[in-house]
Design a protein. Sequence first.
Length: 286
Amino acid sequence: MLWITTAWGACFLGIRWGLEYAPILWFAALRAVLAGVALLVLCVLQHRPMPRGRHAWLLIVVLGGVNVTVAFAAMFGGVAGLSTGTAAVLANAQPLLIVLPAWWWYGEAVSWRTVIALIVGFVGLVLLAAPGGQGALLALFSAVAITAGTLLSRRLVGLDVVAASGWHFVLGGVGLIGWAAAVEGAPTIAWSPGFLGVLIALSLVGTAAAFVGWFVESQHCRLDALTAWTFLVPVIGVVLAAVVLGERPTRWTAFGLAVVLVSLWTILQPRRGVQKVGTVEADEKS
């Protein structure tokens, strides 16, 4: 899990750099489509089974719309409108957002300590988002969409995760292409070796490999424990933004970040008397 959170933390730095060469939606679309195509090529080479049945394809289409089209657009827009570190924090609020839905849908127990930590974390998110305007709202909306994607990924059991991931990236990327064409017009991308390197790293490491690993883990781990790992993503994002880009968080931002991290640390503490959640089976029959 550590490599996944490190890759995602570095992604925010890559997005910041890449936005100097490409429009927001077109850049997001390129990231998604390249990741999806790479995974599907891997499926062909390894003779992996493709999804079958109406239920499976409906799940993949919905997952692509939520986890790719909506989440990527909001994430890239958030990075464009905020400092890299703040965007990384707000876009990775999954541990705070997933606890109650995981309790409601999958019966994962929630303690009073967790509820209090959620309230404290929400206050911290408000402190971070208040000065950020539209960029902050987009980053938070990205977190909501990714949380929904994580919840849906539980239903991938019974499907080949690599194939399902590849198709959801391609379909979500096609949605982004249509959105980009309608809003931004024809793509105006300043192709260069640097931009190509950033795009490949974002697509293959930070997207294709990282999300496949994430989806595999989501099928057999408690979702609150799994998403708690994303606690490291904003830390890595803030550190990289400070070291590489020279960004320095304001006192207000630092205080909000501290509040969020304290609440996440509280949620991370071991629970007593909580049973392990069983695997959720998915009916892929049409």
